[in-house]
Design a protein around this ligand. Structure first.
Ligand code: 7GP
Length: 793
């Protein structure tokens, strides 16, 4: 009676799916819903992760090597089922199983809610890193927060962004294991007392941090690490006294207060909000993680001085920067180490990654808030600051200044390595935000250019391209992405070019069908031009839409002209409090409405803005893209990672010399990249020119005409804040870069018309982008920052 057994990885996957459907979900196949099938499949796949997961954990203990702990407020993991299926090599079996039932395996996988535990690049990078750490066999844990509500759901109401709650946890979720035994008490507020020579922090309020583990399996199941997310719960669930007195709401208050901490992800990737709760979140997950790290260390070693040899803790931006003071506190107050030794030990463990130079994103907390919420940490920060000042009496940098605690300098000083995320960004870090700290601590800043996991972003998202490449050179490229170079000679082979083109065309047809279902019909033979990312002034979606308006105006002047049909695709969310970014969204939608309905041009130009951009939508858009818009004001985009995904999937970049665009252009070749715009130093100089925006507008009749159309109300409203901003100080130099952007866009169109040549360039982009694998990035961190060694099972 096979049906009566408990599913084991030894059974065929088909058996395991059937058994989970029956025994775990209590459904028979004739009544199973898509979600039932998805859950049965997920559980069957998950079973197959458990053994490699245990083996990895054991190997890490046996080898007594260094473990890496990646602390991040955000893990934008998206869907996990496809990753796991792909990495375990189960895709064909799964496809067959569902085919035989008349179901589409992709549809089943797409039923999974998209875990949006992050805002944008920083969070998605953390997710790519988790996958790569497992693929290369770096023993690691990701630590973060198990938000009940991830990034808000975006919809549009008459073109304006609306925000709705995101509910991933209310849907069936297959991947996590709750660890009731892994629980720590985290305190806030209260007082610091001196008991003899011991300093004791007595918090006024405590909550419990409970662990939920998700296994992250690497390519071919070679290694598996753990993503451990903390959920906040109350110490006393329920106030029975208040309940019995009839105060039903009050009775649930302790529970509500505690749970608030892990309730929502802050929907802002550049500024902090709701200061007190945000700082609480940061301390909550950082403190729980450190406690967990020390517990694991204590179970294996008894000399805390060994900590830097065995433990590497990476701070994903300053959000977990309180880890420095907290680790010192634990070592001094709870383990009895001398203060200066504790600082040295903590520095030996900690690394800090900076992800943006935007001044508003460098976290600072008022001394009052810090003292109120974390009084002992405030004392320790003062001691660290004094120690630094003693060592560098001439220093021109402050950790506490203007009434604020400055988390950037604290993270910098408490880390033995500080890294930027692209070559340009790292250089700018040395010259700007951390110039003084770099002078005092030369060699501390290193560069680790970002990367992306090819398993998710090529193999999973673009099966057609993957098949083509594998047929040509075998599948060694999947975990050795630079082997894509082997397809380079095929760029001159017309039958390979045709096949490459056909794969792109089929991806475009899929996307056209998807947009069609959402009410916008587009021609899959038009050029697909894509800008997808958070909406931000520095990313300049408004530059793109202004250019689109100007193009439309010229098309209308001469509808019989030889125009290149194109679809301009935008996607992305704006932080709910970022009014200007929301105006940009409104403008794009308003322009789309007019252009898409224009009978003179609608066969030539369409503007698409699918709502609720997330990881899954990116997986649809990127494989279908032909043009990648990377048009930020030079000096502002730290790296970008979308730019890498596009180049790998054979979209040609039109972009500025910003972030990793610089490295992409070097690698794919300047002739296969459409460069425009000012360089970072030119931007700085341009801002000094009096009335630079007015001058730029006056010098470019196309730009003037496009802005006039907006002001005249052609697109419904007149968008005064955007117009005034552009005519006024135009800090992001949209107007100054417009003319050159126009030029590059037209050159790109000319190139596009030569199909053979365009496809050749696209193939070269794929062939030469292998360096952007996050496997390469992780090996860089392991060698330069963590001193960790790869293990195998
Ligand atoms: C982003 C950067 O804007 C992007 O350029 C970079 O590729 C990415 O990090 C990964 O390094 N930053 C954020 O997403 C962010 O939240 C605020 O920065 C700290």
């Amino acid at each position: 009676m096979k049906d009566m057994t408990i599913p084991r990885p030894g059974d065929t996957l088909a058996d395991a799916i059937r058994q989970h459907l029956k025994f775990s979900l209590g459904k028979s196949s004739d009544v199973a819903t898509l979600t039932d099938w998805r859950m049965a499949l997920s559980l069957a796949v998950r079973d197959r992760i458990v053994d490699p997961w245990f083996a990895s954990t054991r190997a890490a203990y046996d080898k007594q090597g260094k473990r890496v702990y990646y602390l991040s407020m955000e893990f934008l993991i998206g869907r996990l089922l496809e990753d796991a299926t792909v990495n375990l090599g189960l895709m064909d079996e799964v496809t067959e199983f569902f085919q035989s039932r008349g179901l589409d395996a992709r549809k089943v996988m797409q039923d999974e809610p998209d875990a949006a535990l992050g805002n944008g690049g920083l969070g998605r990078l953390a997710a790519c890193f988790l996958e790569s750490m497992s693929t290369v066999g770096c023993p690691a844990y990701g630590y973060g927060i198990r938000y009940e509500h991830g990034l808000f759901r975006q919809s549009f109401d008459r073109g304006r962004q609306m925000e709705g709650p995101e509910d991933w946890l209310t849907e069936a979720h297959a991947w996590e294991y709750e660890r009731t035994e892994a629980q720590y008490r985290i305190g806030f507020g209260g007082q610091v007392k001196q008991l003899g020579d011991r300093t004791v922090w007595q918090p006024a309020e405590t909550v419990l941090a409970r662990a939920y583990d998700t296994p992250m399996i690497g390519w071919q199941g070679r290694w598996a690490n753990t993503l451990r997310l903390w959920s906040a719960r109350p110490e006393t669930v329920f106030d029975l006294g208040r309940f019995n007195a009839g105060d039903y709401y009050g009775a649930a208050e302790p529970e509500n207060l505690a749970r608030t901490i892990s309730r929502v992800l802050y929907p802002d990737d550049t500024t902090e909000d709701g200061k007190r709760l945000r700082l609480k979140q940061e301390f909550f997950f950082t403190a729980a993680s450190l406690r967990d790290i020390l517990r694991r260390f204590d179970s294996e070693y008894d000399d805390l001085k060994l900590l830097p040899e065995k433990v590497a803790i990476q701070l994903n931006d300053t959000h977990p920067a309180i880890a420095g003071p907290e680790l010192v506190r634990l070592l001094v107050d709870e383990k009895g180490m001398a203060f200066e030794d504790a600082v040295t030990v903590a520095q030996g463990c900690l690394g800090y990654t900076n992800h943006t130079l935007l001044p508003e994103a460098l976290e600072r907390w008022s001394v009052k808030l810090m003292t109120d919420l974390l009084p002992r940490h405030m004392q320790i920060i003062e001691m660290i600051d004094a120690m630094h000042k003693n060592a560098h009496p001439d220093r021109k940098v402050e950790m506490i200044g203007g009434g604020d605690v400055q988390m950037g300098p604290i993270a910098f000083f408490m880390a033995h390595k500080v890294n930027g995320v692209s070559a340009l960004h790292t250089e700018l870090m040395k010259e700007t935000v951390f110039a003084e700290l770099n002078r005092l601590h030369p060699n501390r800043i290193v560069n680790e250019t970002n990367g992306i996991t090819p398993r998710r972003w090529v193999l999973g998202a673009n099966p057609r391209l993957s098949r083509l490449v594998t047929d040509a050179i075998g599948d060694g490229w999947v975990d050795d992405l630079e082997r894509l170079q082997e397809i380079e000679p095929l760029a001159d082979d017309s039958s390979f070019r045709d096949a490459y083109d056909a794969a792109k065309r089929a991806n475009k047809a899929d996307l056209a069908a998807y947009l069609g279902q959402r009410g916008l019909s587009v021609d899959p033979d038009a050029m697909f031009d894509v800008q997808i990312k958070r909406i931000h002034e520095y990313k300049r979606q408004h530059l793109n839409i202004l250019q689109t308006i100007a193009l439309w105006q010229e098309m209308k002047d001469a509808p019989q002209g030889n125009w290149l049909p194109q679809v301009k695709i935008f996607a992305g969310k704006a932080a709910p409090g970022y009014v200007f970014a929301k105006e940009i969204i409104h403008l794009i939608n308003a322009v789309a409405e007019v252009i898409n309905a224009d009978p003179d041009t609608s066969h030539l130009l369409k503007v698409a803005y699918p709502a609720n951009y997330n990881v899954s939508l990116a997986e649809r858009l990127i494989p279908a893209a032909e043009v990648s818009q990377q048009i930020s004001t030079a000096g502002k985009e730290a790296s970008g990672t979308g730019n890498m995904k596009f180049a790998l999937n054979g979209a040609l970049t039109i972009g500025t010399l910003d972030g990793a665009n610089v490295e992409i252009r070097e690698l794919v070749g300047a002739e296969n990249f459409f460069l425009f715009g000012m360089t970072a130093p030119e931007v700085v100089a341009r801002r000094e020119v009096a009335e630079h925006a007015k001058k730029a507008i006056a010098a470019d009749p196309r730009l003037k005409r496009a802005m006039d159309a907006i002001e005249a109300g052609i697109f419904g409203e007149r968008f005064p804040s955007i117009i005034e901003n552009l005519m006024g100080h135009d800090y992001f130099c949209v107007t100054s870069d417009f003319s050159d952007y126009w030029r590059a866009s037209r050159e790109l169109e000319v190139a596009y018309r030569d199909r053979a040549e365009w496809t050749r360039m696209a193939i070269l982009n794929t062939a030469r982008s292998g360096w952007f694998s996050s496997d390469r990035t992780i090996r860089g961190y392991m060698a330069d920052i963590w001193g960790a060694e790869a293990l195998t099972i």
